[in-house]
Design a binder for this molecule. Structure first.
Ligand SMILES: NC(=O)c1ccc[n+]([C@@H]2O[C@H](COP(=O)([O-])OP(=O)(O)OC[C@H]3O[C@@H](n4cnc5c(N)ncnc54)[C@H](O)[C@@H]3O)[C@@H](O)[C@H]2O)c1
Length: 354
């Protein structure tokens, strides 16, 4: 399936297919040089496929650390210097092959080289159905996640669903959180349909039928980012679960999606407290536990540490912490939250796991 952005200019295709990587050569053949930045795990798992690619003329493979370890200043500097040592022209392409961390990192490398060269995303995780679309790229700071970066559109997204077959269950769970978030943003029916389809750890681990839900997720993200690329309005909704989630991810070093699922429960509690939304918290904790999310760790969280990270969230303004909240399905609020509410909701969250 081929999707396409609908900006006034500079649009890019999103090809979502089994075997899509075979189309990569077509996309890079016109560049003077192409550097494929590939996650080290992915490189090992798909050695044959990737070695074939790097045999092509003008294509060079650069292996980068797996996952989040790559989103550092040190790795950024090393990679830029390495690529620049090859006397590149502006007619150069950077290809990211890996999960969201590889895509974020490689995109920021592409945005920075000679003030911007072409960038192609080849996502290899479920989570990256989300991260590869929309043009947010960047690295982490000591002060928190994703605090250094840019909005930089890819030239193409080539999503080969065959990559997903080697994902360990932990990464399936992580990616499923963003699939679930997109369903929540689409409303109660979409959410129930997803919950019924993947009703246990066993069904989710088999990934049967995941393709359609991934495509639904990409379409949801696409519609939002096309109408609000720089996150002045509706794009903020995509941060559902992320204010608390990013704090948890950064402090406890758990996969992004696990932390986002915890953040999703947390925002339901805040919504109940502020708007009397009547969300059935136990429904969500039971479902997420049944799928295997590590919710019991919540009992060991420290409020003050997480709150300090929440204070550095990118969505905050001079009034403090802003959160995305499902007041009711199809009624999403972006709302300032007082410290007392943040604290009370935190205590309620912990109370479910004591
Ligand atoms: N730019 C955005 O809009 C956006 C949106 C959401 C998340 N993100 C970012 O995405 C990152 C999380 O992405 P992720 O979950 O894809 O993580 P990741 O890139 O860290 O990959 C997770 C792990 O899976 C491994 N892996 C990747 N593909 C594999 C495959 N096919 N088979 C087996 N293992 C594989 C990696 O080596 C790594 O160990 C975070 O840094 C987050 O901030 C960005």
């Amino acid at each position: 399936m081929k999707l396409q952005t609908t900006y006034p200019t500079n649009n890019y295709p999103i090809i979502v297919e089994h075997g899509a990587i075979q189309q990569l050569n077509r996309f890079v053949s016109s560049y003077d040089q192409t550097f494929i930045l590939v996650d080290e795990h992915v490189n090992q798992l798909f050695a044959d496929k990737l070695n074939e690619l790097s045999k092509l003329q003008h294509i060079q493979k650069v292996i980068i650390p797996a996952g989040e370890q790559t989103k550092t200043f040190k790795q950024f500097e090393e990679t830029l210097e390495f690529i620049l040592s090859h006397s590149i022209t502006r007619n150069t392409a950077i290809v990211a092959i890996g999960g969201g961390a590889t895509g974020d990192f490689a995109g920021y490398v592409a945005a920075s080289l000679l003030r911007g060269v072409a960038f192609i995303q080849v996502p290899t995780t479920i989570l990256a159905h989300d991260s590869s679309v929309g043009g947010k790229v960047g690295i982490n700071s000591k002060q928190g996640k994703n605090l250094i970066g840019a909005f930089y559109r890819p030239t193409a997204v080539i999503y080969d669903l065959n990559f997903l077959q080697t994902l360990p269950y932990e990464e399936v769970l992580s990616g499923y959180a963003e699939v679930y978030k997109h369903a929540l943003l689409n409303g109660q029916q979409a959410t129930l349909q997803l919950e019924q389809h993947f009703d246990s750890q066993q069904s989710l681990s088999q990934l049967a039928g995941i393709d359609q839900f991934i495509i639904n997720g990409i379409k949801t993200k696409l519609n939002i980012v096309v109408s609000d690329e720089k996150e002045h309005g509706v794009r903020k909704h995509l941060n559902l679960g992320h204010t608390f989630g990013h704090a948890v991810e950064y402090q406890h070093k758990i996969p992004h999606g696990h932390a986002v699922m915890i953040g999703i429960i947390y925002q339901f509690i805040v919504a109940n407290q502020l708007f009397d939304s009547g969300h059935d918290i136990k429904h969500y904790t039971d479902y997420f536990l049944a799928l295997g999310y590590p919710l019991t760790m919540i009992k060991d969280f420290d409020f003050e540490t997480l709150y300090q990270y929440m204070l550095r969230d990118k969505k905050n303004d001079e009034h403090g912490v802003q959160m995305v909240l499902i007041k009711q399905f199809n009624d999403i609020a972006v709302q300032h939250i007082e410290e007392s509410v943040i604290h009370d909701a935190f205590c309620e969250l912990q109370s479910y796991f004591k």
